[in-house]
Ligand binder design. Sequence first.
Ligand code: UD1
Length: 429
Amino acid sequence: MDRFQVEGPTRLAGEVPTSGAKNAALPCLAATLLTAQPVRLTNVPEVRDIRTMQKLLQHIGVFLSSEPGAVTVEAREIGSADAPYDLVKTMRASVLVLGPLLARSGFVRVSLPGGCAIGVRPIDLHLEAFRRLGAEVTMQHGYVEARAGRLAGAEIVFETVTVTGTENAMLAATLARGTTRLVNAAREPEVSDLADLLRAMGARIQGDGTDVISIEGAERLHGAEHSIVPDRVEAGTYAIAGALTRGDVTVTRCRPADLKALTTRLSSSGARVKAGDDWLRVQGTDTLEPQDLATAPHPGFPTDLQAQWMALATQMAGITTVTETVFENRFQHVPELVRMGARIKLEGRWAIVEGPTPLTGASVMASDLRASAALVLAALIARGETIIDRVYHLDRGYDRMEIKLSNLGGRVYRSSFPTGTFPIPERTR
Ligand code: UD1
């Protein structure tokens, strides 16, 4: 059980490199199950969800070798087409093996993910897509089982935009007989990154990045090498940190084109934003204007940056409303921000933030991945020491955050101690 100790206030300045996107690396790792040949992925982030996916692939029986930033998988045979509860409960994205295992071996058994901190998050749309492709899907003892001969291409209309649902259907359809059309598909850059890998493996896919994706199934796919797209959520988090700390932060190795919903709002709030093809510079100002927002599927404002935006909203001069439209319970950072001095009221899917309020250091609890990031950002500008417990949530998706922030001048220290003990925090730097 690690915790962060953050001493504020600080002003961040300098350059911070973006890691590869966890949300692209996960489906790409699942895609390696579609071929018996080696697939090498580079620019893979060093985060816990990636290690969980690697464990799951090893459980399935693949040969896997990893080195810093790269993973090679060779799924010569599928030993065990299942994802057990122990792995799925720690990472919902484990369900991404459903599509490739069903397509490759005609059978798959995966534990149902159940609820999570940010909402119910069912997988009914994934399962409906597999049924449309000809699979028989049943559920018993907390597991979903799907079986099929060769899948058959079909038209699949998603009732709601689902990112991993789109990816799962796309993965399954690559080996189906005939053409599949995904309608109301997710347009997230991570879906396009998966499509790029699948094309490199020999798949025929068109339309990714739009809401209609067509996949012409192939008999088999082959090995490939692919570099994972930069993490837009990580890049966005550091960009917000630049504005929040009234700093001067340049995020390198990112794709500003994927972050327009954020950067236009940052500019409108008064922060100075400059962007090149693969870098983004954000300079804060003394007064930030309120900027209301509602989350939405890409190219809308990402729900994965809503909590971090709310930390920024506490410093805007006036009332900001934040509407969460994607997940029903994604405001767990609010009570913790309030403990630090923020004035935020919750009304269903709306949060009303009154600013600017000076924040003060406090002991707070990380509840989910992006909520944890919001607390770290708030701690950077809070006066005094903030202790953030349960940073394992943060470690699921942020690659060495304390080191990246320290390099920008943040005073962020990690301390590790076994569960159930209460040591005096030791600085790791
Ligand atoms: C992915 C991202 C996550 C991000 C989210 C929304 C990964 C690994 N995770 O999650 O970081 O916050 O997209 O951008 O890429 N839904 C259903 N039935 C389904 C599937 C989804 O009702 O079968 C609902 C969900 O409960 C939610 C909405 O659809 O309300 C969108 O969820 P979805 O896009 O599927 O999120 P994930 O793919 O799980």
